[in-house]
Design a binder for this molecule. Structure first.
Ligand code: F6R
Length: 242
């Protein structure tokens, strides 16, 4: 793992955006694995800026998002589709048909999971997978458990995850209880993984994930097995790393 800790937010953002921009420059048809959450927002802003200046184009690229809540109607302000549209897709030239997010409003969620895996199989592997780190060590919505699932699946969100995400909803009760997520197997198939970790409250879990034992109890620790992981942390999140 290549671990970088940044003192300044703009360097964290610039480095993350440059990894994606240089991939697009060398491979305009790159398959991007994208994440929602607060960690990648600055990087998406910077990518929009690079696109507007004419440095990069997404016109031949494609994207696969990690996850989507179950139970929110299409167009809900907190759905991950809305998040991606407002934070990135509405502002770049990625064709709508090239951006993929699990459809949690599908009639048959199990079939939707199989469809998503078939797409990843047919059009993958993902060239660069962006990830955030959950407070409980989750990646995507793969929550800590005694075993983990390889492919895309429906997951029950743990209370810690729902509580962490309650800041985006009127109350904890409004936070969905389920999500569709890519599995750890699919995530680990990406050629390169870029893990983004920000904030003091992530310091302990970052230490466990990056320097603790590899265990399903901390799904992000499985990233230690991957041959090409770049970890970008801010100083607060990286403070316990040796
Ligand atoms: C988002 C996702 C989650 C988040 C994680 C960290 O698509 O899959 O795993 O990346 O919960 O969220 P933030 O970045 O808000 O701390």
């Amino acid at each position: 793992m290549n671990i970088y800790t940044f003192q300044h937010e703009e360097d964290f953002v610039e480095t993350g955006a440059n990894l994606i921009a240089s991939l697009l420059l060398t491979n305009p048809k790159a398959v991007l694995g994208l994440a929602t959450g607060s960690s990648p927002i600055g990087i998406y802003k910077r990518l929009i800026d690079m696109y507007r200046k004419g440095f990069i184009s997404f016109s031949r690229a494609s994207s696969y998002n990690l996850d989507e809540y179950v139970g929110l109607p299409a167009g809900h302000s907190e759905s991950y589709r809305t998040f991606m549209d407002t934070q990135l897709f509405d502002h770049i030239d990625l064709p709508l048909a090239h951006s993929h997010i699990p459809n949690s409003n599908a009639q048959d969620l199990q079939e939707e999971c199989r469809r998503y895996d078939r797409m990843l199989e047919d059009h993958g592997p993902v060239d660069l997978q962006l990830l955030g780190l959950g407070h409980n060590g989750h990646i995507g919505f793969n929550e800590p458990d005694t075993s983990l699932v390889g492919g895309t699946h429906v997951v029950e969100l743990q209370e810690k995850t729902r509580t962490a995400n309650a800041r985006f909803f009127p109350s904890l009760d409004d936070v969905p209880r389920q999500a569709i997520t890519m599995g750890v197997g699919s995530i680990l198939k990406a050629k390169q993984i870029v893990l983004l970790v920000r904030g003091e409250e992530k310091a302990e879990i970052a230490k466990r994930a990056l320097q603790g034992p590899i265990t399903t109890d901390c799904p992000a620790s499985l990233l230690q097995c991957h041959p090409n992981v770049v970890v970008l942390l801010d100083q607060e999140a990286g403070r316990l790393l040796t």
